[in-house]
Design a protein around this ligand. Structure first.
Ligand SMILES: C[S@@+](CC[C@H](N)C(=O)[O-])C[C@H]1O[C@@H](n2cnc3c(N)ncnc32)[C@H](O)[C@@H]1O
Length: 342
């Protein structure tokens, strides 16, 4: 008699509710059976969680595998913006999800235009016609016409670290793509490069560079235009930094195809690593993805962890439409030809 209420409540639950419960409790047999009977692995329960999130939360890696094989989306988000990879604290489940996410993104090439972001500072879809619209400048930020931040002063320590990474010392040739607030360029100048080329495409930013005197610096060469259009005007460099705005991940990928020509043997390449800066797991996926793609071109990438929590004062995002960075650690990429990094 005691079992009856449980049976009744089981019978009144949908297969998907049962699947979530089985995934949460680690009941692998029930998960196998429910999936075989057609329970939907993509279901969101009343709390906005998927069976995969429940399995991840419980650290049930073999169940997570079954659910992924049944089509559970690795990138579904809970109401608080977390995916299964963010939820799990089990290393095996985390690695499984990361591996699955990477393979999905590589195979399906879903990375670019749909959900992903920009290879630049801005989160979400790039501003429409950014290069044709006005930008505004203050001490603290450069803003586009949609009140999204093109560049913000809190990034100064990161830009200084990027400059250090791409400037092997004085007397070298350095290329920076995207002037913004000139933070990385100010830092590069301190290393006294023999030649410091800056590519900038926005007419307002370009005008401001000239106003600030960048056109008169002896070792600086400004190339006005989109990097895509001015490539024939560029040479080869000991250090290259890439940080544009209003572009997609695919654009950065395209830029990487030029590295073998742009980067001298022994040279260092780095880029602003803001991909999916509002979600830790997505960010890891993109770090790995870029590293894999660079590896296919013969470059090895090291990520240097830099704590950034202290850079982000409480009021830093006031008046900014999208918080493009919400993580505590920034992973500064340092890329070098594989033969040299050995
Ligand atoms: C995020 S800001 C760069 C910030 C810079 N690293 C700094 O330290 O201040 C991006 C810059 O790239 C420029 N930009 C956008 N698309 C570009 C393109 N295709 N070619 C060259 N510059 C571009 C933008 O106008 C903007 O000035």
């Amino acid at each position: 008699m005691a079992a009856a209420p449980e049976r009744e409540s089981k019978e009144s639950k949908s297969p998907e509710e049962l699947l979530c419960a089985a995934a949460e409790s680690g009941d692998e047999e029930a998960v196998v059976r429910l999936l075989a009977e057609g329970a939907d692995a993509t279901h969101f329960d009343s709390a906005g969680l998927t069976p995969l999130m429940h399995a991840a939360g419980g650290g049930h890696s073999s169940i997570a595998r079954l659910l992924l094989e049944a089509g559970a989306p690795w990138n579904a988000l809970s109401p608080s913006g977390l995916c299964a990879g963010d939820i799990t604290s089990d290393p095996t489940t985390y690695d499984l999800l990361l591996d699955h996410a990477l393979r999905s993104e590589l195979l399906l090439s879903t990375v670019a235009r749909r959900q992903a972001p920009a290879a630049n500072a801005s989160e979400g879809a790039p501003a429409e016609n950014y290069l044709e619209s006005r930008v505004s400048f203050s001490e603290e930020r450069v803003m586009d016409a949609e009140s999204k931040a093109v560049m913000m002063a809190w990034e100064r320590p990161l830009m200084e670290a990027h400059a250090r990474a791409v400037c092997p010392g004085s007397g070298y040739k350095v290329l920076n793509i995207g002037f913004g607030m000139g933070l990385v360029d100010e830092a590069i100048q301190r290393y006294e490069p023999e030649e410091h080329t800056i590519v900038e495409a926005h007419p307002d930013v370009y005008a401001r560079m000239l106003k600030l005197g960048w056109g008169e610096k002896k070792n600086v060469r400004i190339v006005f235009g989109r990097w895509q259009d001015v490539m024939p005007q560029l040479g080869s460099y000991d250090g290259i930094f890439f940080d544009t705005y209003g572009e997609y991940y695919e654009d950065m990928r395209e830029f990487h195809q030029h590295l073998p020509k742009l980067l001298k043997p022994g040279g260092i390449y780095s880029y602003f690593n803001g991909l999916c800066g509002d979600n830790a797991f997505f960010h890891s996926v993109y770090c790995q993805l870029v590293a894999l793609e660079l590896a296919n071109l013969g470059y090895s990438t090291q990520f240097i962890p830099l704590p950034v929590k202290d850079c982000l004062a409480a009021d830093v995002w006031e008046g900014v439409k999208q918080k493009y960075w919400q993580l505590d650690t920034y992973y500064l990429p340092v890329c070098q030809s594989e033969s040299e990094s050995e």
